[in-house]
Design a protein around this ligand. Structure first.
Ligand code: HEC
Length: 125
């Protein structure tokens, strides 16, 4: 009885691992080069369940971008101060009170660590 149970658990956790692998692989494997292909912030920005920045922004190498927001290009030229870029992504309403952009930091959509990684990546665009 106990043996059957633990075998079931083993099978289930194996399946969960496989599923997690299937979800993670396309993120890690997204082959693009702009701003460094392996930047972890890129995976977070492109992940439809995390940053989902592509819902509104064109980002080089991203599939099916929306156009509610401006294309994310020449970021370092337009945001010489990283803190300003961080503020825009943390809570866009501090810059434009009527912004349609979700406040990713303020609403904990992204953790502070994830937000930092996304800012690092976006700054390279
Ligand atoms: C629901 C739509 C939406 C999503 C999702 C979204 N944004 Fe935005 N974003 C906007 C809009 C609209 C603007 C235009 C300025 C404003 O209203 O704040 C903007 C502006 C920006 C700007 C300033 C661009 C400039 O030209 O100065 C940056 C940087 C930015 N977004 C980054 C991001 C990142 C990074 C993500 C994902 C973590 C993201 N956005 C997700 C709508 C969105």
């Amino acid at each position: 009885m106990i043996e059957t149970f633990s075998r079931k658990v083993a099978t289930l956790s194996g399946a969960a691992l496989l599923a997690a692998g299937a979800v993670l692989t396309p993120l890690g494997a997204s082959a693009d080069n702009h701003g460094g292909s392996e930047m972890p912030g890129k995976a977070i920005a492109f992940d439809r369940g995390k940053g989902n920045c592509l819902a509104c922004h064109h980002i080089e190498g991203g599939q099916s971008p929306g156009n509610i927001g401006p294309p994310l290009v020449a970021m370092k030229a337009r945001y010489p101060e990283r803190a300003k870029l961080h503020a825009q992504i943390y809570d866009a309403t501090t810059i434009n009170p009527e912004s349609a952009m979700p406040p990713f930091g303020k609403h904990y959509v992204l953790s502070p660590e994830e937000l930092d990684l996304v800012v690092d990546y976006v700054w390279t665009l």
